[in-house]
Design a protein around this ligand. Structure first.
Ligand code: FAD
Length: 474
C-alpha cells in the first residue's frame, strides 16, 4: 500500500508500493508503517502527552541507513524527525505524517580505557554508556535518568550529577560523526569542521544526524557517596540552609534540591509514601569517605523523615529515578530558567511553589551549576549560558487530569521567577515548540545565535532538520 508523507511545504509526497519495496531492500533496518503490527509500539515517545502518527519510520541499523534516510528526505522534500532516546519533552522527535529517522537500533558503546575515550552510537542511552564505562571505573557526564538519549541531551548541553566537576556532557565531546543535509558523513572536532563542532555543542539537532559521539571519560566510582535526605519542612529554613551550603562546596559536589511527592512504590520507604518532601540530593565525585564528611551537613539541615544517603554504586544512583518515568504514560510539560544568584534568593517562591504543585508527580528541582560549567568560555561552544549560578526547573508531570491546568501552573511559576533569571532558558528542559514562544531560541542562545544561523546556512540551507529548537538559516 502506498503512503503519503508530509513535505517541508506542508503538502504530501506519495511513496508507492514499488518505491517502498525498493527501500525495504536497500535498508538493513526495518521500515515501519501503519500497516505493521509494531507501529503503535514504535511511535511511542517518553512524554505521554505526545501521541503522534508518523507516516514512515526507518529504524536505522547503521550509518549507511542514516545516509539513505537523509537522502530520501531531501529527494522528496519530506518533513523528517530524528529520534535518539525519544525524551524530548517538547515532542520534537515525532510528528504526525512525518518521516521518522529512528536511531534507537544504534546503541553501541566502545570504551578505550587507556585513552579515556568512550565512543557512542547516536541512539544510545545514558544507561548504555554507564554500563560499559563503569566496567573500567569511568563515566561520561550525562543526565540523571538512565533512559534519556545521549544524543539529544549532549546536543542541548547536558547537566547531571558530574557537571560541576567535569563539565556539561557537550564539554566532554571530543568529536562527532554527522550525516549532514546533503547526505555526506562529516567528522567534526577541534581540528575538523571546527564550526560544525562548535555548533553541535549546545546547538541541538539543527545541523545533521549524529551517528556517533566520542567523549572524554573520567574516573568515577564505581562506589560514590550520595546524599538523599528527605525533609517534610516547608517553612523554607532547610532550603535556605541548603542554598547557603552550596556556596561553600568544592567542585566534586553536584547537588540539587528536589520538591516532590514520594510515590507509594516498593522502591521507596513506606514511611514517606504519599508525603510531600524536599530532598537535598548530592553526589560527591571523589573518594566515598571524603564525600561522607563533605555531604554530612545537608543531612542535618533539620530532622529528615528518612535519609537514604549512602555510599552506592554510581550506576545505581544514575538509575534511581528511572522507575518513575514510565515511557509513554507519564505526561509532561516542563519549563526552566537559569538563575543569576544562589537558589536561596528565590526561596520564598520556590518553597511555596514546591509545596503547592498541581500533581504529586510534578517536580520542582533546583540544580546548582557553576564549577567546571562556568570555566568554559561562553563563546567556546554554542551552549547558551555559563554565567548562571543555579537553575529552576518546573517539571509538570501527571497521569491524568486537565493538561491545560498543569501547563498553566508551570508557566505561572516560571513567570513569577523571572526576576531571578539571567534572562536565558535551558532548551533541554523546555516543553514548548519554538513556534509557541518565538523568543525561546533567542533567549537560549543569546549572542551565539547569529553564528549558529550562519553555520546552519552552511550545513542545512533548506532547513531539512527543522523539528527541533529550530535555528533558521541566516
Ligand atoms: P529525542 O527526543 O530523541 O531528541 C531530542 C532532540 O534531539 C530532537 O530535536 C532530535 O531531533 C534531536 N536528536 C536526537 N537524536 C539525534 C541525533 N542522533 N542526531 C541529531 N539530532 C538528534 N536533560 C539534561 O540535561 N539533564 C538531565 O538530567 C535530563 N533528564 C531528563 C529526564 C527525563 C525523564 C526527560 C524526559 C528529559 C531529561 N532531560 C535531561 C532532557 C533531555 O536532555 C532532552 O529532552 C533531550 O533532548 C533528550 O534526548 P533524546 O535523544 O532522548 O531525545
Amino acid at each position: 500500500m502506498s503512503i503519503k508523507v508530509e513535505t517541508l511545504s506542508g503538502e504530501s509526497a506519495t511513496l508507492d508500493d514499488d518505491r517502498l519495496e525498493e527501500l525495504r531492500m536497500t535498508f538493513r533496518g526495518p521500515l515501519i508503517t501503519q500497516q505493521d503490527d509494531d507501529y503503535d509500539a514504535v511511535r511511542v515517545v517518553q512524554n505521554g502527552l505526545i501521541d503522534r502518527r508518523p507516516a514512515l519510520v526507518i529504524r536505522c541499523s547503521g550509518t549507511a541507513d542514516v545516509i539513505d534516510a537523509v537522502n530520501l528526505a531531501r529527494e522528496y522534500g519530506l518533513l523528517a524527525a530524528v529520534r535518539g532516546g525519544g525524551h524530548s519533552v517538547a515532542g520534537h522527535s515525532v510528528r504526525d505524517r512525518c518521516l521518522l529517522i529512528d536511531l534507537s537500533g544504534m546503541r553501541g558503546v566502545w570504551v578505550d580505557p587507556d585513552a579515556r575515550l568512550v565512543r557512542v552510537q547516536g541512539g544510545a542511552t545514558w544507561g548504555d554508556v554507564d554500563r560499559e564505562a563503569q566496567a573500567f571505573g569511568l563515566a561520561v557526564p550525562g543526565g540523571i535518568v538512565s533512559t534519556t538519549g545521549v544524543a539529544g541531551l549532549t546536543l542541548g548541553g547536558g547537566i547531571g550529577w558530574l557537571h560541576r566537576k567535569y563539565g556539561l556532557a557537550c564539554d566532554n565531546l571530543r568529536a562527532a560523526e554527522v550525516v549532514t543535509a546533503d547526505g555526506r558523513l562529516l567528522r567534526a572536532s577541534r581540528s575538523e569542521n571546527e564550526d560544525l563542532f562548535w555548533a553541535l555543542r549546545g546547538g541541538g539537532g539543527n545541523f545533521g544526524v549524529v551517528t556517533s559521539f566520542e567523549f572524554t571519560a573520567h574516573p568515577v566510582g564505581p562506589t560514590v557517596m550520595c546524599a538523599v535526605p528527605m525533609y517534610a519542612e516547608d517553612s523554607g529554613e532547610v532550603f535556605r540552609a541548603w542554598s547557603d551550603w552550596t556556596q561553600t562546596v568544592p567542585d566534586e559536589v553536584t547537588t540539587r534540591a528536589v520538591f516532590w511527592t514520594i510515590p507509594s512504590d516498593p522502591h521507596m520507604p513506606p514511611q514517606v509514601h504519599g508525603r510531600q518532601v524536599l530532598i537535598t540530593a548530592a553526589l560527591y565525585a571523589g573518594p566515598p569517605d571524603e564525600g561522607e564528611k563533605i555531604l554530612q551537613p545537608i543531612r542535618r539541615l533539620g530532622a529528615p523523615l528518612v535519609d537514604l544517603s549512602a555510599p552506592m554504586p554510581y550506576r545505581m544512583f544514575q538509575g534511581a529515578f528511572d522507575f518513575f518515568f514510565t515511557k509513554g504514560e507519564l505526561a509532561s510539560y516542563w519549563k526552566s530558567l537559569f538563575m543569576s544568584g544562589p537558589p536561596g534568593r528565590a526561596a520564598d517562591l520556590i518553597v511555596r511553589s514546591g509545596f503547592a504543585r498541581t500533581t504529586p508527580q510534578t517536580m520542582i528541582h533546583v540544580p546548582l551549576l557553576g564549577g567546571a560549567v562556568s570555566r568554559v568560555s561562553p563563546d567556546d561552544t554554542a551552549y547558551g549560558d555559563r554565567s548562571a549560578v543555579s537553575m529552576l526547573s518546573v517539571d509538570g508531570n501527571w497521569f491524568d487530569g486537565d493538561p491545560a491546568r498543569h501547563i498553566a501552573w508551570v508557566r505561572q511559576v516560571i513567570g513569577q521567577a523571572e526576576e531571578f533569571s539571567t534572562g536565558r532558558a535551558y532548551l533541554n528542559f523546555d516543553g514548548d515548540e519554538p513556534g509557541q514562544t518565538p523568543d525561546l531560541v533567542r533567549s537560549a542562545f543569546g549572542e551565539n545565535l547569529q553564528r549558529l544561523a550562519e553555520i546552519k546556512r552552511r550545513y542545512d540551507p533548506e532547513n531539512l532538520f527543522r523539528l527541533n529548537a529550530n535555528i533558521a538559516p541566516a
